[in-house]
Design a binder for this molecule. Structure first.
Ligand SMILES: [Zn+2]
Length: 466
């Protein structure tokens, strides 16, 4: 395809919320920048200001552009974003037809962030029409664009969401952060856990984009983001190459994804260290409490902060809570109530092996797919598309499996609580944990009395599984 020598730039602003026509100016500047970077010639700028496409009002400049297209005066179109062209899919089809009839294959969109696509022609235009129809998506993007305008005008933009490693134009690499990103990837590929890398980042006092500390979800989101390999993503799929500078190679990005897939499939869990790990909840805020070792005591505590989200105001010494809950559990094993609850679950074992087979099969398929992508037998888009339904199946089976298997830990124990109590202390922690988890949904830790150090059993309420 020949590079356009007479492209059209179309800009529009739908209302004055972005202020003083600045929006149109910025759209045009961005389009001109893109044209320059693509080596396109620009024939004319078509600009409708302060007119809503949604209202169905006429747009004289838009109509002039369509007419110039039809007359063959234009061989390319640049638009800031599809929603500048139109917000209604039917109008988009009209535009697509006009472009098609004029045999113009070059249609490009400028983007303010990595989530929204740019690219050539019909396919991308159709794909983006879904996004254009979504008011919330366009709104949040306009807010971000507004922040960039503020930055351009020298105004601060609090809450901007530039990607780590890039300036707020989302294009220019920040050398220092890019180096940090490369090191994080290298550490991850060398086998370091995301938890450990997050601690390293925090120890290095590297702030996140929002100025906070690193948690594993943020870090993981960043590590798997294709934009760092210069890849464009739309609706979760890689759709092409971006216009910005990559920070890592596509091969390294591929390795990071494969490694995450591998870890997920192997289902590796952290070793069990506390009897009630993951089971205690803060009575003040309802969040899961974390186990914590202090110099001479083990505790469960509510933690605040981005990775935990609790109130951080509740803590309890582990030993007495664990002894109390174990006693409750052993007593429960002999109760008539439990026998009733479990009666309906005898058919669970057949279901368990059925679900295990689904999990094994899906995990195997995911590994094969990742391998095929690693060997370049399939494209990334094909990989992404193929793995979605498998991941869904795997997730469903795992969830159901988790529900059924809780009762299998209890085989041979129901009715034998008293006897089990005599050997309880000799069981290893994993086994104890499995038995408790089979019966207990969660343990609610109520607030302590201020100034009272002694453990108060009234703080502990056990919520049983049904
Ligand atoms: Zn709390």
């Amino acid at each position: 395809m020949r590079t356009p020598v007479a492209a059209a730039i179309y800009t529009r602003i739908s209302s004055d919320v972005e202020g003083l026509g600045l929006g149109v100016t910025r759209q045009r500047e961005d389009c001109e920048k893109l044209a320059a970077s693509l080596g396109w010639g620009v024939a004319d700028v078509y600009s409708d200001n302060d007119v809503s496409a949604y209202s169905g009002k006429r747009r004289p400049e838009y109509e002039r552009m369509l007419s110039d297209l039809a007359d063959g005066h234009i061989d390319g179109v640049l638009v800031y974003h599809i929603d500048r062209l139109t917000r209604r899919p039917i109008e988009l089809e009209e535009f697509v037809q006009a472009v098609d009839a004029a045999k113009v294959k070059h249609v490009r969109f400028v983007t303010g962030d990595a989530d929204i696509s740019t690219g050539d022609g019909l396919l991308v235009a159709r794909m983006l029409s879904a996004v254009a129809a979504s008011e919330s998506a366009t709104k949040s993007r306009r807010v971000r664009r507004k922040q960039e305008q503020n930055a351009a005008a020298g105004k601060p933009h609090k809450g901007s969401t530039r990607p780590f490693g890039y300036e707020s134009d989302h294009l220019t690499v920040r050398a220092e952060e890019a180096e940090v990103y490369r090191q994080a990837v290298a550490r991850f590929l060398a086998g370091e856990s995301t938890r450990s890398i997050a601690s390293w980042l925090n120890a290095q006092e590297v702030p996140t984009v929002k100025g906070g500390t690193w948690g594993t979800p943020t870090l993981k989101g960043m590590l798997v983001n294709p934009r760092y390999a210069g890849l464009l993503v739309h609706s979760g799929d890689v759709v092409g190459a971006g216009t910005w500078e990559p920070i890592i190679s596509e091969d390294d990005h591929r390795r990071v994804l494969a490694k995450f897939a591998q870890r997920m499939n192997s289902g590796r869990r952290a070793p069990q260290r506390y009897l009630l790990s993951g089971m205690t909840r803060c009575g003040k805020c309802g969040n899961t409490m974390y186990s914590a070792s202090r110099i001479d005591t083990r505790r469960y505590e509510c933690r605040s902060g981005p990775d935990h989200g609790g109130c951080g105001k509740s803590t309890v010494i582990a030993d007495p809570v664990e002894r109390l809950v174990a006693d409750f559990v052993l007593y429960r094993l002999d109760s008539a109530e439990l026998a009733d609850t479990l009666r309906g679950k005898s058919s669970a074992d057949a279901r368990t092996s059925e679900l295990s087979a689904v999990v094994d099969q899906a995990s195997e398929q995911l590994q094969e797919l990742a391998a095929a992508y690693g060997m370049r037998d399939i494209k990334m888009t094909e990989w992404m598309t193929a793995k979605k339904p498998i991941e869904q199946r795997l997730e469903n089976a795992q969830r159901q499996l988790a529900q059924v298997t809780h009762s299998t830990a209890l085989i041979g124990l129901v009715g034998n609580g008293e006897e089990l109590g005599r050997t309880w202390g000799a069981l290893n922690l994993d086994r104890q944990h499995a038995i408790v988890e089979a019966l207990v949904d969660h343990v609610l830790i109520g607030p302590g009395t201020p100034g009272v150090a002694r453990f108060d059993p009234a703080r502990v309420s056990v919520v049983w599984r049904h």
